[in-house]
Design a protein around this ligand. Structure first.
Ligand code: NAD
Length: 266
């Protein structure tokens, strides 16, 4: 898709958790279209500034970096204020940051529950609440929440993750309805397995429990749930975000769209 086709040049995109994995790939995809980019994630301040400078040099765009901890509502508000002051507005919001912890419900640590709900769900409420008034005033905005197949179906040992991702699906629907007349679309993408550091621990634990190599364990993890026997590349999710920002997707809002290798078709 060329810049001219998407018409996104000069828009400001804020992607939470864009120092790694899906968020970083999405930042590259949107920067290629000429979007100014707010980079964000738990990265040392100097490293973040270096990443932001690399984006500026590679794409001739403006950038802003923040390592705000999304567990704290105050930090989120300050982060969005600083990003708006630096780049002028937020036109595209991608709520992507997320963490995982796997354990049965009886032994699930309360602090992990609280962190997962805060980062994977509540942070999106806070960012959305703060950006929509300006989007509504402009009459244009795109909000894309990176949910998961676990926003649509469940798996054992993922109580907090599934609760948060199902919550994101509900949040997406409500905000889409409320913003439908304001030129703002709100959607969730529900990926299956994506090759990022987030799932490394799950692969490591299968490898050690079953005495498998990392690659064998990875294959086993993917095929245990997903008919398509391969992990998605982070960039594929970024391309889906781009599609949802474009004119062809104008009528898509309030949707939670699987990109899951037929996982939820079963
Ligand atoms: N990898 C998968 O298989 C997969 C599948 C479906 C959905 N997802 C979702 O995609 C999103 C991105 O995941 P990923 O796989 O790219 O993970 P990742 O671990 O590569 O990246 C996570 C990002 O979130 C940031 N982050 C984590 N805790 C934070 C905190 N407290 N405050 C601020 N930022 C924080 C990290 O710094 C990083 O930038 C997540 O919401 C995840 O649930 C991933």
């Amino acid at each position: 898709m060329s810049t001219l086709q998407t018409g996104l040049q000069g828009k400001v995109a804020l992607i939470t958790g864009s120092t790694s994995g899906i968020g970083l790939a999405t930042a590259h995809v949107l920067a290629e279209q000429g979007c100014h980019i707010v980079l964000h994630g738990l990265m040392d301040h100097d490293e973040g500034q270096t990443l932001a400078a690399e984006f500026r040099a590679q794409y001739q765009i403006n950038t802003f970096f923040s390592n705000a901890d999304l567990r704290e509502a105050n930090c989120i508000h300050e982060f969005i204020d600083n990003a708006v002051n630096a780049l002028g507005s937020i036109d595209i919001l991608v709520n992507n940051a997320g963490i995982q912890h796997t354990q049965d419900v009886a032994h699930f640590p309360i602090e992990k529950w609280n962190d997962i709900i805060a980062i994977n769900l509540s942070a999106a409420f806070h960012t959305i609440q703060q950006v929509i008034p300006a989007m509504a005033e402009k009459g244009w905005g795109r909000i894309i929440n990176i949910a998961s197949v676990h926003g649509l179906v469940a798996s054992a040992n993922k109580v907090a993750y599934c609760a948060a991702k199902h919550g994101i699906v509900g949040l997406t629907k409500v905000v889409a309805i409320e913003c439908a007349e304001q030129g703002i679309t709100v959607n969730a993408i529900c990926p299956g397995w994506v090759d990022t550091p987030l799932i490394g621990k799950q692969i490591d634990s299968i490898a050690s429990d079953k005495s498998l190599s990392y690659d064998e364990a990875k294959y086993q993890l993917v095929t245990s749930k997903q008919p398509l026997p391969e992990m998605l590349a982070p960039r594929q999710i970024g391309e889906f975000v781009l599609f949802l920002c474009g004119g062809a997707a104008r009528g898509i809002t309030g949707s939670s769209l699987p990109m899951d290798g037929a996982w939820t078709a079963q």
